[in-house]
Design a protein around this ligand. Structure first.
Ligand code: PHE
Length: 343
């Protein structure tokens, strides 16, 4: 083949490759055009390249140079075409007259539910304090919801009127010592689940739903969320608990907030406290807390003489409602967009 013919072939190839690439309507078409022209095995460029062998020896350097040029040319046509597919066709005169920074009609975009937003924020704050999230099931058994938490068999907290028990096979009331299933009434269940599996040091939070058969009113709802915190290590005590609660309150409310604890009672903590913080001119109840009862540590196989811990359980709805001045918990669960849109 003469040099002249070789060069002509290459020029034609470059031209028709460019036409194919630019004419491709989507990335699939472009890809098959690429394979046709640039394919490593049977691409058309390869086919022409093979003819290089039949060129006169003296013409070979020139032919080779031309081949490389055309190769590059075809490659850049391809790049240009794929760029165009990504960024869309060139802007027209009319497009250029549109000011995309002007506000258009307002759009209704969805957003996270205020409780979800609150949960995310609580998880972040506690994460910065070194507490990592843990989870447990919402359907629990008597052991994790009561027994391991030092709530004895005959304790009134087990009353069927205060719990959503799941129906048994025969639908009979559970007998003493059974391990019936129920919707968990507190996230303290997760304390047990974590301690059963892991050894101290432990520093976890658990954020999730709990269920109690309360009639819905402004401050009650049969389902709500709690944030449980648990820290177990050597020598953990009540002042560690107060410190963490104070750091948490300051972080969440964004201000130096006074925190106080009042004596209280929970079967799984000793001593037990009720924690309050001072916000907008009054003391607001935070939730329950205390030093983990040695019986609880023993129930999960820890040695209460070696390790100690604190735990707390805060109501997420209450934290959210106070922050945003929501006056009725039912607003959170009626899914009225006029309410939800405000968050
Ligand atoms: N579980 C308790 C409740 O639901 C709160 C609590 C958690 C109290 C941890 C003490 C320690 O009321």
């Amino acid at each position: 083949m003469s040099l002249q013919q070789f060069i002509e072939q290459l020029d034609e190839l470059a031209q028709s490759a460019r036409q194919s690439f630019m004419g491709a309507g989507d990335s699939e078409e472009l890809e098959s055009a690429r394979v046709e022209y640039l394919g490593a095995k049977n691409g058309r460029l390869k086919t022409v390249q093979k003819q290089l062998g039949s060129i006169e020896r003296d013409d070979k350097p020139l032919a080779g140079k031309k081949l490389n040029e055309v190769k590059q040319e075809i490659q850049s046509s391809f790049d240009e075409a794929s760029e165009r597919l990504v960024s869309g066709p060139a802007r027209t005169e009319r497009d250029l007259r549109i000011d995309a920074t002007l506000p258009g009609p307002s759009q209704n975009i969805g957003r996270l539910h205020p409780i979800t937003q609150t949960i995310d924020e609580l998880r972040d704050i506690m994460g910065r304090l070194g507490f990592s999230p843990a989870e447990g099931p919402e359907i629990e058994d008597d052991w994790h919801n009561f027994k391991a938490l030092n709530i004895p068999d005959i304790h009134p907290a087990r009353d069927p009127l205060d719990n959503f028990y799941l129906a048994t096979a025969k639908n009979t009331a559970p007998a003493l010592g059974d391990n019936p299933l129920l919707m968990r009434t507190q996230t303290s269940t997760v304390q047990i689940r974590v301690m059963e599996k892991r050894q101290p040091p432990i520093r976890i939070i658990s954020l999730g739903r709990v269920y109690r058969p309360d009639t819905a009113d402004a401050t009650h709802f049969p389902m709500f969320h709690q944030m449980e915190g648990l820290m177990v290590d050597r020598g953990v005590n009540l002042s560690d608990l107060k410190t963490v609660i104070k750091l948490f309150a300051t972080s969440y409310l964004g201000d130096e907030v006074p925190v106080r604890v009042r004596p209280s009672f929970f079967p799984f903590t000793e001593p037990s406290v009720e924690a309050d913080y001072y916000w907008n001119g009054k003391w607001v109840e935070f939730g329950g807390a205390g030093v983990v009862d040695p019986n609880v540590l023993a129930a999960v196989g820890y040695d209460p003489d070696e390790v100690s811990g604190f735990a707390f359980g805060l109501g997420v709805e209450r934290l959210c409602m106070i922050r945003y001045q929501i006056t009725d918990i039912r607003y959170l669960y009626t899914n009225d967009v006029r309410f939800l849109r405000q968050f």
